[in-house]
Design a protein around this ligand. Structure first.
Ligand SMILES: C[S@@+](CC[C@H](N)C(=O)[O-])C[C@H]1O[C@@H](n2cnc3c(N)ncnc32)[C@H](O)[C@@H]1O
Length: 487
């Protein structure tokens, strides 16, 4: 842990609340304001666990116990986000506590899963990996601005089973009743547990904002519950300690649906506490005790609260009422599904032929996927993600190529995912040249005998880095600006 800070930085009202929660402020506050040990999650969609761990041995990865893909590390001065493995999407830098909700959700390949409040996508990418990129992952985020970070992470992690929608989570209860096998609601919250990395959160923290958020969470949790199939599992999580936003929100669900089951969370390597029985004048539902609470002076990670909720029976007799406060465009029947893509087999065929000619990728390699055109680009998704229709879909799958009048360009995101299929026009780069390539530079290279001028796939020790343009011994990196790594 580092960056010790004192309680003078926190508002008195907040400190008084923490004391009321029974916390020892001398231990709790310094831990809350210190960075937890750096940690990361391996993304098996992009790398084989053993070889990723081997290449990261210098940062001494230590397994956490509850999830075989999550590790604490000792990176010293090195930023995990600057590592080659991060650029390649083989690792995702994620706080250990933040990896627990999806571990509890336990997504399975081929299921239909809703991530109701998804940006920036730490948990969406974790769900996609657990699903082995199969089935349908609906990643919803209300904020169009925050969606950019979500799609950037989906790209880097090579996710092709996700469909992104941009709407308030409150609509799903009536838009998709009893549809999903599993749902994650990682709710907007007062974020008290992440103050070590974001003290600016204090600017908008107040007891009033806690009340406002609790109301929003109440509507979101009901919407999620309506949208869960009978027998399905949902996880409700927040990165805050406020009981109103945790036991309070779960109690609201149980008051409406008394047969909802809050299951105990049993995971190894976690030092957590049970949910609070009461707060001020409110007594919570007894099963809210099964909430897992994480405090940073007891668990080396950020503050979190997690509830595991099973839906034993149908709610179809109950009609999920559209939230009247939502703008009318988000009410049912409005903004109905209009496909943003078209099937235009001509361009798809041309793209596949071009990928075969230039890179030796056999067209049959894409047989199991859904390929479609959006504007002039070719995208690839699972069949399930390709077919589903919902209002306000902003993206599905991964863009694999851009088709121009006379040429087709494979994307860096796609070559990283399908690099193992590339048999022609490969160029191997050493460590130094790899750094320049990642920074988006043009550099002199020795032209391999079997590579001709034009687009080539750059590799470092068999890991596909991205696309470059080779011309007369110079290689111009085509790594998109948003993915470049400087330093
Ligand atoms: C805690 S963050 C989610 C973090 C994300 N699950 C992750 O792990 O990267 C909560 C998100 O909910 C979004 N949000 C706020 N109100 C929402 C609503 N009514 N419906 C859906 N998302 C909402 C916020 O914009 C924010 O991105």
């Amino acid at each position: 842990m580092s960056r010790k800070k004192g309680r003078t930085q926190l508002p008195q009202v907040m400190l008084a609340r923490f004391e009321e929660m029974g916390l020892d402020l001398d231990q709790f506050v310094p831990a809350l304001l210190s960075y937890p040990t750096p940690s990361f999650r391996i993304n098996p969609l992009k790398g084989e666990q053993e070889s990723v761990l081997e290449s990261l041995s210098v940062i001494e990865p230590e397994p956490v116990g509850w999830n075989r893909l999550v590790f604490r590390a000792n990176p010293g001065e090195v930023k995990l986000g600057n590592l080659l493995e991060h650029f390649l999407g083989q690792i995702y830098v994620q706080d250990t506590s933040s990896t627990i909700p999806v571990t509890v959700l336990d997504p399975q390949p081929g299921e239909e899963i809703l991530d109701m409040a998804a940006a920036p996508g730490s948990k969406t990418t974790q769900i996609a990996a657990a699903m082995d990129n199969k089935g349908l992952l609906l990643a919803n985020e209300v904020s169009a601005k925050r969606t950019a970070s979500l799609t950037g992470n989906l790209d880097r992690c090579g996710v092709i089973n996700a469909v992104v929608t941009n709407q308030p989570g409150q609509v799903y209860g009536h838009l998709a009743p009893e549809r999903f096998d599993r749902i994650l609601l990682d709710a907007p919250c007062s974020s008290e547990g992440t103050l070590s990395r974001n003290l600016r959160g204090l600017d908008i923290w107040s007891e009033n904002s806690i009340k406002r958020l609790a109301k929003l969470q109440g509507n979101l949790i009901l919407s999620a519950y309506y949208s869960l199939r009978p027998g399905g599992l949902m996880v409700y999580s927040t990165c805050t300690f406020a009981p109103e936003e945790n036991e309070g929100t779960v109690t609201r669900l149980l008051e409406k649906f008394p047969d909802a089951v809050i299951e105990p969370i049993e995971l190894q390597g976690i030092n957590g506490r049970p949910g609070f029985p009461e707060w001020r004048d409110k007594t919570f539902h007894p099963s809210a005790r099964n909430i897992l609470r994480l405090f940073p002076h007891e668990h080396d990670g950020e503050g979190f609260c997690i509830a595991k909720i099973r839906k034993p029976s149908s709610t179809v007799t109950e009609t999920a009422k559209p939230d009247k406060r939502l703008p009318s465009k988000h009410r049912p029947g409005r903004g109905d599904a209009k496909p943003i893509e078209k099937e235009e087999t001509g361009i798809v065929k041309k793209t596949l032929a071009s990928l075969e000619e230039r890179f030796g990728i056999r067209p049959e390699s894409f047989e199991d996927f859904h390929l479609f055109i959006r504007k002039n680009d070719v995208w690839c998704s699972t069949q399930e993600a390709g077919e589903v229709q919902f209002p306000r879909i902003t993206r599905r799958g991964l863009r694999i190529a851009r088709a121009f009048e006379h040429s087709v360009r494979f994307t860096t995101n796609a070559v990283q995912l399908f690099g193992h299929l590339v048999t022609r026009n490969r160029i191997e780069l050493d460590e130094q040249k790899t750094r320049l390539f990642l920074a988006g530079k043009t550099q002199d290279v020795e032209q391999p005998q079997d590579a001709s001028d034009g687009f080539v796939a750059a590799f470092n020790s068999d890991c596909a880095l991205g696309i470059g343009l080779l011309k007369e011994g110079k290689l111009k990196s085509q790594v998109p600006r948003s993915r470049r790594v400087i330093g």
